[in-house]
Design a binder for this molecule. Structure first.
Ligand code: GDP
Ligand code: GDP
Length: 459
């Protein structure tokens, strides 16, 4: 059994170079053939012994008709539809361009899982671009160099679940190995770079106490590290340690100030908040205890979940609350009705002003980050799935036929992302999908983080 990988991305990011590296021989058709539209190329790929089919979408830029978007769309549509997983490449040296963003936006709407590959990452010149590419909302980038063959092991790890699912690996033997705790430092040169800090962003409506909380977190008693230590108010990001873990707080107000020097009126716009959320691994949404989870709060919370980030709710100004029991009850009712897709959300009551429970909030940040990174062994997943299917199978299809669900695997962490294989994926009811997600959450202790479940056909 094999599986299919589509390579997509704007022109010049290195798709063909990657394709050639994977397929292992130079194909005759390369650059500079005016008037020749290269066809979609397919080949048998090998990556560190793993075998799969690969589709390259390079070449649409040579066509004359239509807009670039239309051509891109056509090539990409075909490739994405026939693939089990998509590798979206960016040129990390060039940074994220509008065309990259356009691609990402499109891919995010498709049903095929996407792995973001930050190409041209050899040396150090790719680091800022790789960092920036978090903002595409496709999860964590795999640092890579198609030309120099760096990052092959990381790419292998990212593709491995798909190989497992296709039965293209002897998975039983290697499973334990694969499910070692995910390495946090996934950079190419791990040895000369320290562990990657946990990326934290603080959002919320105006006046809930964000600045007060940031100042509290960065108080004098904290050991500030990093290039911008000391410049707290104008800093774009600052780093410190909590519980032995390095934390990087991305101060989006700082980012905005830097970007909008001309514009003295600073508004909280949805796009600013979205941009901030995409930078984050963990988002702390600050709420005011006087109006917990109003409409705007819920909008932001849902954005965080849709973006697949982990979320902690910090209910601030707790020093002012008069009836704490009532307030907490109201909160849990609202969560139950309005945020059922992330049952078990982490909530902490704090006072940014006095500093009360701010440490506890940071403990919650570390805990949810761990959950968000969790990997569940395929064997455990399938044992659980078997059990679920025997007790609560999916409803019968019209005509009394049964939908067969065959297999399940976790293809990604950050957030936990699963694929199940079913005989008629399009006929699996949304309600059953939700049922499985809730079951996964309970069984594997994935409280409070977004869970993604893709259904694929075949096999
Ligand atoms: P495509 O248009 O996406 O298929 O891009 P190509 O594979 O044709 O590559 C575009 C340019 O980027 C070529 O000049 C490649 O040599 C160069 N390139 C590809 N991969 C890398 C890489 O990992 N590092 C660097 N520095 N250059 C690369
Ligand atoms: P931001 O707009 O979200 O950055 O909010 P600020 O940090 O500027 O805070 C808005 C107001 O709430 C200020 O007057 C703060 O002093 C006050 N505030 C912030 N945190 C607390 C808190 O924990 N308790 C109380 N009582 N007031 C707070």
């Amino acid at each position: 059994m094999t599986f299919t990988v589509a390579i997509v991305g704007r022109p010049n990011v290195g798709k063909s170079t990657l394709f050639n590296r994977l397929v292992g021989r130079r194909l005759a058709i390369v650059h500079d053939m005016p008037g020749v539209t290269r066809d979609r190329r397919e080949g048998a790929a090998t990556l560190l012994g793993m075998e799969f089919q690969v589709i390259d979408t390079a070449g649409f830029e040579d066509a004359h008709d239509d807009s670039i978007e239309a051509r891109m769309r056509h090539q990409t549509d075909t490739a994405v539809a026939s693939a089990d997983v998509v590798l979206m490449l960016i040129d990390a040296r060039a940074g994220v361009t509008p065309l990259d963003a356009h691609f990402a936006e499109y891919l995010r709407k498709q049903k095929t899982p996407v792995i973001l590959v930050a190409n041209k990452c050899e040396g150090k010149a790719g680091a800022p671009g790789m960092y920036e590419s978090y903002g595409l909302g496709l999860g964590e980038p795999v640092p890579f160099s198609a030309e120099h063959g760096e990052g092959l092991a990381d790419l292998f790890d990212a593709l491995r679940p798909f190989a497992e699912a296709a039965g293209a690996l002897d998975d039983e033997e290697e499973e334990d190995d694969f499910h070692l705790p995910p390495t946090d430092g996934e950079e190419i040169e791990t040895e000369d770079r320290p562990e990657r800090p946990l990326q934290l962003v603080i959002v919320g409506r105006p006046n809930v106490g964000k600045s007060t909380l940031v100042n509290r977190l960065l108080g004098e008693d904290r050991m500030l590290t990093g290039p911008e230590a000391g410049l707290t108010r104008d800093a774009v990001s600052v780093e410190w340690e909590h519980g032995g873990r390095r934390i990087r707080l991305v101060d989006t107000a700082g980012l905005r100030r830097r970007a909008n020097i001309e514009d003295p009126v600073e508004k909280l716009s949805a796009s600013n908040t979205l941009e901030a959320i995409r930078m984050a691994e963990v988002v702390v949404l600050v709420l005011d205890c006087a109006a917990i989870l109003d409409k705007q709060d819920l909008t932001i919370a849902r954005m965080v979940v849709e973006e697949g980030r982990s979320l902690v709710l910090a209910i601030n100004k707790w020093d002012m609350v008069e009836k704490p029991q009532e307030a907490l009850q109201r909160l849990s009712d609202r969560l139950e009705t309005s945020m059922p897709m992330v049952r078990g959300l982490s909530t902490v009551t704090i006072s940014a002003l006095t500093g009360r429970s701010v440490d506890k909030m940071m403990d919650a940040v570390l805990a949810v980050h761990k959950t968000w990174n969790r990997r569940i062994p395929t064997s455990q997943l399938n044992r659980w799935l078997e059990d679920v299917l025997s007790h609560h199978p999916p409803p019968a299809l019209p005509g009394g036929r049964r939908l067969k669900i065959r297999y399940m695997t976790q293809v990604k962490a950050r957030p936990p992302t699963f694929v199940i294989f079913a005989s008629k994926p399009e006929e699996l009811p949304e309600s059953y999908n939700r049922y499985l997600i809730n079951g996964l959450r309970e069984q594997f202790k994935l409280a409070g983080v977004p869970i993604r479940l893709y259904v694929r056909g075949g096999r």
